[in-house]
Ligand binder design. Structure first.
Ligand SMILES: [Zn+2]
Length: 219
């Protein structure tokens, strides 16, 4: 091990991205317990409109909730690499094929406040792991209130209506797009992005996220 890596490990010992426990020498990204017990999603989920389906790694429960919360609100942007690796492995396992890989953007204002664009960081790692490019296709043109404060599915759809604009449609016109985000709840955001992409010429959109909420399809 290089000295600098050794020192970093000493000062910041690697911890599980989900439960926060210190990792053992033979563990990377997440601990053995979380690998065995986090609530995995079996296959793709149909939810929302304008995209075929959404592939997710975990249900949004237990340590997955805590982890995404730290990622979004307490600056743990390095989690994006772990999430990206988990999504890439899940896509490979399910033999998901696509032509263009892209992400759900946030507004300039939100990016300035948070300091990073979470879905882009995840998508960048997914692309690297799969040996593909991460291509910008959308721009957020309206700084709407966060989806998390919207109570109903209709409110969530209304809140993101016309919030996105396609950029460089020639890059994805007639192509199958894979759209990456951290989480799918009602599918309103992914649906609105997919609508924008399809109106700009995308042949088909599928989505991939780290987590999916138990909104309607798991009892
Ligand atoms: Zn763990």
């Amino acid at each position: 091990m290089k000295l600098i890596a050794w020192l970093l490990d000493l000062i910041y010992p690697p911890k599980c991205t989900f439960c926060g426990k210190l990792l053992q020498k033979d563990e990377t990204d997440l601990c053995g317990q979380c690998r065995r017990t986090l609530p995995e999603v079996n296959g793709a989920i149909k939810r929302g409109e304008n995209f075929r389906q959404c592939w997710s790694v975990y249900y949004y429960e237990d340590f997955v909730v805590d982890s995404i919360h730290r990622f979004k609100f307490t600056g743990m942007q390095q989690y994006a690499q772990v999430y990206g690796r988990l999504i890439a492995m899940m896509l490979l396992r399910n033999k998901v094929s696509f032509d263009i890989l892209t992400w759900v953007p946030i507004s300039k204002n939100r990016r300035r406040k948070r300091g990073y664009e979470q879905a882009y960081l995840i998508a960048k790692t997914v692309a690297q792991e799969l040996g593909r490019d991460c291509v910008p296709t959308l721009k957020k043109v309206r700084d709407n209130p966060p989806q998390s404060v919207q109570k109903s599915a209709a409110n969530r759809r209304g809140n993101v209506l016309n919030a996105y604009q396609a950029v460089h449609p020639e890059r994805f016109s007639g192509k199958r797009v894979l759209l990456i985000d951290d989480i799918i709840t009602t599918g309103a955001t992914l649906g609105e992005c997919s609508k924008t992409l399809r109106m700009a010429g995308a042949e088909q959109v599928e989505c991939a996220t780290l987590a999916v909420t138990q909104y309607s399809d798991k009892k």
